[in-house]
Design a protein around this ligand. Structure first.
Ligand code: PMP
Length: 361
């Protein structure tokens, strides 16, 4: 044991990895019998469009490698996003595109700026690449504060990440904030993972800002988290370099088929998005009435709450025993907090019933 440790990159010694959400598979039989409500990973509780299930059922040709350029999918995405297909690159989840962008721009000791709390994979991939992660804290309402920007940007800064809206806080970012970041001339990655829940995008600004990079995913609005498919809208030279450095078959045939079928069934999926938004508003109102929770307004498919006067980790595990999975955070600027992904109406009811019981205890 441990004999190969000395060959590993020393900087990985401190690398803690990502605390992924729990799969229902690892829950006890007793809890699974209650029926698991998975509200911990911002997935889409309505699942994919039935057109996806049909298309996957008819999927042939899995014995040949998929098109390494995702030609047909990118044509469909060009229509959907209003950006030429040459400026679109797909990846195995937008996570993979974050990884590739960091590898493209960040050498060891180069700096990556973002506004925390935010999506943990920006730090994960920066650390993995040996880069330096510069976290600019958001204010008490989780808005981005740019006052310190001039002092944090250095000649080693290679990337800025901003999630619009932000995960895990749900905070929407004013477009003005992004324009200010773009004016630095640095590569700015605007992560639009939750775009379909807001309609706010910078896709039409790609021509105007040569340093703008946009990431999107099929995991949230289209219910394809398990298939791992994301894409980005990139300036020409970034798209070409991504094509060059990404592994050719990273996007599998099932993912491409499912993504194309989703784009052909937008009405169905956007109806579900509307239901999720309605349910988010209902949950937000109800959470405001739970005395030990302070919910933050959200533009995405989840709501973050600060827990006051109780232990959020204990609440998380109590909910888990009742079959409800939620996410717990306890980090600087996001102490003792719970994030609830939006479920179907009866999931909300179940969650609220348990939260109220916890309040009585
Ligand atoms: N960006 C943000 C802001 C996210 O919240 C997520 C998923 N939680 C991702 C990117 C990654 O999505 P994907 O499933 O496409 O890797």
């Amino acid at each position: 044991m441990g004999s190969l440790q000395k060959f590993m990159r020393p900087e990985l010694g401190k690398f803690a990895g990502y605390a992924a959400c729990k799969s229902p598979e690892v829950l006890t039989e007793e809890v699974r019998r209650l029926g698991v409500v998975k509200l911990d990973a911002n997935e889409n509780v309505y699942g994919p469009s039935p057109a996806v299930t049909r298309a996957l059922g008819q999927l042939n040709d899995v014995h040949i490698y998929p098109d390494s350029c995702q030609t047909e999918l990118r044509k469909a995405l060009a229509q959907y996003a209003g950006v030429p297909s040459e400026n679109i690159v797909a990846g195995s989840g937008s996570d993979q595109l974050i990884d590739l962008l960091v590898r493209m721009f960040v050498s060891p000791d180069d700096e990556v700026i973002t506004f925390t709390p935010t999506f943990a994979m920006y730090k994960f991939f920066t650390d993995l690449a040996g880069g330096k992660f510069i976290a600019v804290p958001r204010d008490n309402d989780y808005q981005v504060v740019l006052d310190r920007l001039p002092e944090v940007v250095s000649d080693r800064t290679k990337l800025i990440f901003i999630a619009m809206p932000n995960n895990p806080t749900g905070t929407q970012v004013p477009l003005e904030t992004v324009y200010t970041l773009l004016q630095t001339g640095l590569p700015v990655v605007v992560d639009e993972a939750y775009y379909e829940f807001t309609g706010q995008t910078l896709a039409d600004k790609l021509d105007q800002y040569p340093n703008l990079i946009i990431l999107r995913t099929f995991s949230k609005w289209a219910g394809l988290a398990g298939l791992r498919i994301g894409y980005g809208l990139f300036p020409d030279e970034v798209a070409r370099k991504l094509d060059a450095i990404k592994d050719p078959y990273c996007v599998n045939a099932a993912a491409v088929t499912a993504a194309r079928a989703s784009l052909n069934d937008l009405d169905y999926l956007m109806d579900k998005v509307k239901l999720i938004i309605q349910e988010r508003e209902r949950l937000f109102q109800a959470l405001q009435g739970v005395y030990y929770l302070k919910p933050f307004p959200s533009a995405a498919n989840f709501i973050l709450c600060r827990v006051e006067g109780k232990n959020g980790a204990e609440i998380q595990s109590r909910l888990e025993q009742r079959g409800i999975l939620v996410r717990y955070f306890n980090s600087p600027n996001m102490e003792n907090s719970l994030r609830f992904s939006i479920g179907k109406p009866h999931d909300t009811d179940r969650l609220l019933t348990e939260l109220l019981k916890i309040g009585e205890a």
